[in-house]
Design a protein around this ligand. Structure first.
Ligand code: AMP
Ligand code: MG
Length: 401
């Protein structure tokens, strides 16, 4: 007797239970850090801005009334502060971001003065501190600017540099290899013989894993042969943190993945999830190496990748928000329920009136790759008898692209 099917939530919990963050490394704060996950809190080395500076192009002056004539005695440019201290009756030409000269208490924008050979005439009154950016207004020395677990996008890199960092401690990227089983599989563009199909899974999953931060090894195809399957898996297990193998995890006479993994000492954590598409999904581990046996049908492979592999890749990289945010929508059409399994529909989302409406994106067979094209999300239809009516609430999960 096969073990009973487990729920999606239970399967995900078991995956996350096995996925511990990998080690950390230090990388330069430029492009090498982009998309990586910060492993340590980052604190500001100094104040940002480091010195009081001007918010406008204009003149640094002493605050006061309108209609004053002030002699221009120098200039403070970005990167080149003024050499002189400002005294009463004087003004110093200043650029945005340039240091406020000693003695100055405000900046008057250039549009608020008239320039009269070597002097300015103020057209408005200026309050103390006007148009001055204070030191530490953005960040204070010692302040935590980025928390461990933050994914480093462009803004985070900019803030990190401003905070004074040159290198960042980040989690190591998971090493991932995709293996596809099937005698029928041909490489992209290869002519097809009788009964053959193109191997869509390998390039697709390899790309999705890369987009999720993995460093991938070139995918490998394995024939439907027990010894070859074991050899291929053995090699992949040696050098990777995560092995994703597609096909061959059902119970057909040519499904060799499970026995091969067992022989290689990969311990089964679960097999078969109450999910359509994606029932034969297998997950196991050998030490800290994770192995996902995903169903061969491309749609099943993408759905199970997004529900189980993605959260694992996020957890291995120490991502604090595991990107599992789920939201709700209402069904746009009635959907026939599966008595035993939750269905993950590929849907299009549309705002109609106040409601977010989820409509199945074409035929939902697990072999219909085109159901993924233009789909906005997965929508979950709980197991049950009869139809789930149009207008019923469904939860959503993101679909990788
Ligand atoms: P399996 O799980 O090996 O029984 O495969 C289930 C279905 O998915 C079969 O119709 C396979 O031909 C198909 N399939 C398996 N692997 C791939 C692949 N890499 N690309 C496209 N289709 C596949
Ligand atoms: Mg097969």
């Amino acid at each position: 007797m096969a073990a009973p099917l487990i729920t999606i939530a239970e399967a995900r919990e078991r995956v996350l239970g096995a996925a511990r963050p990998l080690g950390t490394e230090r990388v330069a704060i430029g492009e090498a850090a982009y998309g990586r996950v910060l492993a340590e809190d980052l604190t500001a080395v100094g104040d940002v801005p480091p010195f009081p500076c001007s918010a406008m192009d204009g003149y640094a002056i002493i605050d006061g009334e309108s209609d004053r004539t002030l002699t221009v005695v120098g200039e403070s440019r970005a990167g080149t502060p003024a050499a002189h201290t400002l005294t009463d009756g004087g003004a110093i030409r200043i650029s945005t971001g340039a240091a406020i000269p000693d003695g100055a208490t405000a900046v008057i924008p250039q549009e608020n003065v008239e320039v009269r050979d070597g002097a300015i005439f103020t057209l408005v009154a200026v309050r103390e501190g006007e148009h001055i950016r204070h030191a530490g207004e953005d960040m204070r020395a010692g302040e935590t600017v980025l928390r461990a677990g933050t994914t480093l996008g462009g803004a985070e890199l900019g803030a990190g540099v401003a905070a004074g960092a040159a290198e960042l401690a980040v989690y190591r990227r998971p090493r991932v290899q995709v293996l596809s089983t099937g005698d029928e599989l041909r490489a992209p563009g290869e002519p097809l013989g009788p009964g053959e199909i193109h191997n869509s899974n390998a390039p697709m999953l390899d790309a999705l894993a890369t987009a999720d931060g993995a460093v991938t090894t070139t995918p490998q195809r394995l024939p439907d042969d027990r010894a070859a399957t074991e050899r291929g898996l053995a090699g992949a297990l040696e050098t990777n943190d995560v092995v994703i193998v597609t096909g061959g995890v059902s119970v057909g006479p040519h499904d060799h993945v499970k026995p091969a993994l067992a022989a290689l000492g990969v311990e089964e954590v679960f097999w078969r999830v109450a999910l359509q598409p994606g029932k034969p999904t297998w997950f196991g581990r050998r030490g800290s190496t994770l192995v996902f046996g995903l169903p061969g049908n491309p749609v099943s492979a993408v759905v199970t990748f997004s529900l189980f592999v993605r959260p694992a890749l996020a957890a291995l990289q120490g991502r604090s928000e595991a990107r599992l945010l789920e939201s709700e929508a209402v069904l746009g059409t009635a959907v026939r329920r599966n008595p035993d399994r939750e269905q993950a529909l590929r849907v299009r989302l549309e705002r109609l009136g106040g409601a977010l409406v989820a409509t199945p994106n074409g035929a939902q067979g697990s072999h219909i790759v085109t159901s993924l094209l233009g789909a906005d999300a997965l929508a979950f239809v709980p197991a049950g008898v009869g139809d789930l009516e149009a207008g019923a609430a469904v939860t959503l999960a993101p679909l990788p692209h």
